[in-house]
Design a protein around this ligand. Sequence first.
Ligand SMILES: Cc1cc2nc3c(=O)[nH]c(=O)nc-3n(C[C@H](O)[C@H](O)[C@H](O)COP(=O)(O)OP(=O)(O)OC[C@H]3O[C@@H](n4cnc5c(N)ncnc54)[C@H](O)[C@@H]3O)c2cc1C
Length: 466
Amino acid sequence: MLRAAEQIAKVIGEDAVTYDTDVLEHHGHSDWSTSNSPERAVAVVYPKSTEDVSAIARICHQRRVPMVPFGAGSSVEGNFSQPHSGICIDFSFMDKIIAFHPDDMDVVVQPGVNWMDLNKHIADSGLFAPMDPSPTATVGGMVSTNCSGTNAFRYGTMKDWVLNLTVVLADGTVIKTRRRPRKTSAGYNLTGLFVGAEGTLGMVTEATLKLAPIPQDTSVAVVSFPTIHAAAAAATTLIRSGIPLAALEIMDEQQMAILNKHGSPTVRKRHWAEQPTLFLKFSGTTAAVQSDAARTAALLAQTPGGGGHTIHVASSRQEQADLWAARKESLFTMTSTRPAGYEMWSTDVAVPISRLAEMIAWSQAECGQLGIFASVIGHVGDGNFHVAMIYDPRDAVQKEAVAGCVHRMMGKALEMEGTVSGEHAIGIGKKECLRDELGEETIGVMRALKHAVDPKGVMNPGKVFD
Ligand SMILES: Cc1cc2nc3c(=O)[nH]c(=O)nc-3n(C[C@H](O)[C@H](O)[C@H](O)COP(=O)(O)OP(=O)(O)OC[C@H]3O[C@@H](n4cnc5c(N)ncnc54)[C@H](O)[C@@H]3O)c2cc1C
């Protein structure tokens, strides 16, 4: 592995390779995740072009050295951890916008581009890239986890926004999955194959992304409920109503209490009701936003558990930003309350929407029995939510209880024809659950595809399935 790193340094430059232990640690461990492996890469390399990545792959392939791509390291299932050590490929110097085509509503970018920087850069054109995972996330990681976020309810997930990809395969071969038109039925959907592959099939070195028009107007509203079941049931009613909401999010009473105690000054401008709360976003023309907000308020007033609970609609742009900040900052706020040495286990399921209220109420009750901080939060508009639990990993009994609870949650979601990962992907954390979800035959097809493009098994080994 070290010889591979030395050879890479000769080809792409000595300054593009580091063995610094702090850097290796940062690239091999996530504070956001419990799915970390103890091994570390022997070196982190920083390519600047597709040619550099291809050269790295040729060297690693020839020496059978594992390659682990790294974007911003914000994924939470151990997706970029290095259980077989190897070389970590960090794309942060491949952060250029290669071509912007406002008339075609698309943009060609390198994988290290951060989605928020991209949106700032193109804002004047009236277009934006709608996926909103961690504020730090980069396009390469977002493509490779098929990420989503609060906007997915209106805009779909990352897979819906990728037009084509340039990919370096395990042996250094460079392919482009398709060209740039909005639609094609030419050949296999290779773009779809690499989206969500978690870097196990190749390294994305360029992506063409579709862009959406920035809506003329937006609004944000919050409404609280006496129970989590009532909140989730109201969410299901809203989804089925056909009101074109831009986002529909849930936070339970624990999350709301944390906002009051530990939220940022922006969030603490108001005192939050410490009850399960739906966060709603409206977008469109000004008339449509007003009409959608009014229809939503009327519908909620008739909804069991929603009656008498007045919806609060933001009265200014500033208030919209303040209300939404409470949702967007929630994970950071929750993490800041974690005692030293404690870890957060944040798990992720999605179920068909008719089962959502039952699934959320069941999960809250199940995790509530553990006697630790456990809280429900998530993208209910998509039938997707997270349970975050803060526990002491040094306490073996507690750790096992948390793992058992997560396992039972996965089982319950599958019983409801749901999925063990709505948006965080599989990594090392959910390999067993994926087998439970799809079965050996389906995993067998995945294994055959992997073997076809990476017969030596050097691309991000140990992830998704064994
Ligand atoms: C505070 C917070 C909030 C979050 N909110 C959301 C959310 O709302 N929705 C959501 O979906 N996720 C969310 N996430 C998870 C995370 O942001 C996403 O998974 C994101 O897509 C990861 O991007 P990244 O650049 O950090 O990728 P990384 O974590 O660096 O990598 C992710 C995976 O992609 C692979 N990879 C990276 N670059 C490439 C490449 N160029 N080619 C091939 N493979 C590559 C890696 O090997 C790894 O398997 C959140 C995380 C945090 C910490």
